[in-house]
Design a protein around this ligand. Structure first.
Ligand SMILES: OC[C@H]1O[C@H](O[C@H]2O[C@H](CO)[C@@H](O)[C@H](O)[C@H]2O)[C@H](O)[C@@H](O)[C@@H]1O
Ligand SMILES: [Ca+2]
Length: 572
């Protein structure tokens, strides 16, 4: 893949591969900090916490939509792509956010739902009122709801059909998500142009990239299944060309909840690149499966599958995000097992997934939280943290839909968890007050004051990861073991000098999902005779035998990151 030289933006290091070295943080503006006491988080509030995020080691923010919206789908129902929802702030405040983030060498990636708008968008209002007008063909209209009948429904909890009848235009319109979110008609070149202009608008304001929301669903056909159809890929490649030509260095991230080969298609090819990054949906539920089943087999299987992606492209790895923990990428048998372990109360489910936060999912087990994060920070791809997970925030399953895990960030034990000075009844969502996760117990301030807190642990691991380019840029090779509960792989990177000199950096990662201590033998023939040292404290581990085997003991649900010494070296 060839890169046009990026233009250096003030404050940012010039690095065409910045996204592969970055640790990202998903922050919902509405949920983070309320600067003016109106009960809703806002841009100025986020700006006030940039120092905190920088201290944590965050290099990039992913901001879910903050545009004008009736907020019937957390902002993914946009009524004006160029306007900021007034309660979140203004364009000037957004400019200030970009400047202040860049001053800290932190990038801003914004969410771009390209597939659909809100039915309150002026385009839809004009489209339904005037079929022959300039927006008449902006949406997918039909006289019948019998088209594309094989295309699945995504929001199975609320939708019975992908078609809804519009009483104004007296036709059906197509929607892959809520019936208030009509799909745009990408068969219409004017829609392409309109979207390109919106992309340019935000790039001109200095954003560093886009998460392309629900990207597989742009086109539908009778022959295909409406997911990643050839014309969808053509559009994404065309968008990439424009971004590379006009805004080199800015990135596109695919949100495609699909199998590895289908997701990988969103990277495009060397000649026809599409996205720089794509979220790894198949690996995520398998982390949760391994934690409860005490087996590493499913993770080993997906990690062993070689999915070729273009040179320079990268995966995005995550544990949780603002949506339900989707189980679309596991078999029915595994899905049922996971519902049993993680969503024993039907209230915990949403669509095909589980609407809970990380800490409650893992029953607030520190060992499991550390193990899950150690995977997040060492798997192939850039890690995306979800706001609040760094302190083990809880959720509120009594709230509707995915609001259960979008509650206000817990900063202090004071009123409204330090999120807002508003009357508590005025908050957009109540703060978590459950027995275990009550904001008086779980908050940033108290965790800053405890050196062994989850927050300090997460920060430390982030900094260790960032000291080793193999994690961001290296390859991953699964290591055979003799224990079904153990996952092991080697991350290797030969590209640049490290604290150990110019020799390739190799890191052995070992994870035990067993609920009791284990002894495991690894087979590392290629590294016979090499020394192993712990990446955190430097402690020396058993040297790999001449036959390539090494036996390690691991405590309950624990892990190691070990530096593999150079051949013949007697120190590491
Ligand atoms: O705008 C509609 C939705 O778009 C994204 O959806 C994704 O989330 C779904 C689950 O909530 C998932 O099943 C689907 O595959 C994704 O495309 C966005 O992240 C959602 O918040 C939004 O409702
Ligand atoms: Ca506010």
């Amino acid at each position: 893949m060839s890169f046009t030289a990026p233009i250096q933006l003030p404050g940012l290091t010039l690095d065409p591969q910045w996204f592969r070295r970055s640790v990202f943080y998903e922050v919902m503006i509405r949920s983070f900090v309320d600067s003016n006491g109106d009960g809703s988080g806002d841009i100025a509030g986020l700006v006030s916490k940039l120092d905190y995020l920088q201290w944590l080691g965050i290099d990039g923010l992913w901001l879910p939509p903050f545009f004008d919206s009736p907020l019937r789908d957390g902002g993914y129902d946009i009524s004006d792509y160029r306007a900021i929802l007034p309660e979140f702030g203004s364009i000037d405040e957004f400019r200030d956010l970009v400047t202040k983030a860049h001053e800290r060498n932190m990038r801003i990636v914004i969410d771009l739902p390209l597939n659909h708008t809100s039915d309150a968008h002026d385009w839809f209002q004009q489209s339904r009122a005037d079929p022959d007008g300039p927006y008449g063909d902006f949406y997918v209209w039909s006289d019948t709801d019998k088209k594309y009948e094989d295309i699945r429904i995504i929001f199975v909890d609320t939708e019975e059909s992908n078609w809804s009848f519009d009483p104004v235009r007296r036709q059906f319109f197509w929607h892959r998500f809520f019936s208030h979110q009509p799909d745009l008609n990408y068969e219409n070149p004017a829609v392409h142009e309109a979207m390109f202009e919106i992309v340019r608008f935000w790039l001109d304001l200095g954003v560093d990239g886009f998460r392309l929301d629900a990207i597989p669903y742009l086109y539908e056909s009778e022959e295909g299944n409406g997911e990643g159809e050839p014309k969808t890929h053509e559009f994404v490649a065309k968008l990439r060309k424009m971004v590379d030509r006009e805004y080199p260095g800015r990135i596109m991230i695919a949100e495609a909840n699909q199998w590895p080969r289908e997701v990988a298609a969103f990277f495009g090819s060397e000649d026809e690149p599409e996205c720089h990054m794509a979220f790894d949906f198949p690996v995520m539920p398998r982390i949760f499966y391994s934690l409860r089943s005490q087996t590493a087999g499913e993770l080993i299987r997906v990690l062993s599958e070689v999915t070729e992606i273009p040179e320079g492209a990268g995966w995005g790895v995550f544990l949780r995000n603002h949506d339900e923990l989707t189980l679309e990428m596991v078999s029915e048998e595994y899905r049922q097992a996971m519902y049993g372990w993680y969503a024993y109360d039907p209230r915990m489910r949403a669509n095909i997934g589980i609407r809970r936060r990380l800490a409650p999912l893992l029953d607030n087990s520190r060992a499991e939280l550390e193990l899950a994060h150690a995977l997040l920070f060492s798997l192939s791809g850039s890690p995306f943290l979800y706001y609040g997970d760094e302190i083990g925030m809880g959720d509120n399953i009594w709230l509707p839909d995915r609001d259960s895990s979008r509650t206000p960030m817990q900063w202090t034990p004071d009123r409204n968890a330090g999120f807002s000075t508003a009357d508590p009844g005025k908050l957009f969502l109540p703060v978590v007050q459950s027995l275990v996760y009550n904001y008086a117990l779980v908050n940033v301030e108290s965790q800053l004051a405890q050196s062994r807190s989850m927050l300090h642990w997460v920060r430390n691991v982030i900094h260790v990861r960032k000291a080793h380019p193999a994690f961001g840029l290296g390859s991953l090779a699964v290591v055979p073991t003799n224990h079904e509960s153990v996952l092991s792989f080697v991350r290797s990177y030969a590209g640049s000098s490290t604290q150990w000199g110019d020799a390739p950096e190799r890191i052995l990662c070992v994870f035990s999902f067993a609920h009791n201590p284990v002894s495991v033998t690894l087979s590392l023939l290629e590294f016979a005779g090499r020394r192993l040292n712990d990446l955190f404290g430097g402690a020396e581990f058993p040297t790999i035998g001449d036959d390539g085997s090494v036996t390690l003991t691991l405590g309950t649900q624990s892990f190691y990151w070990l530096h593999i010494g150079q051949a013949g070296a007697d120190v590491y």
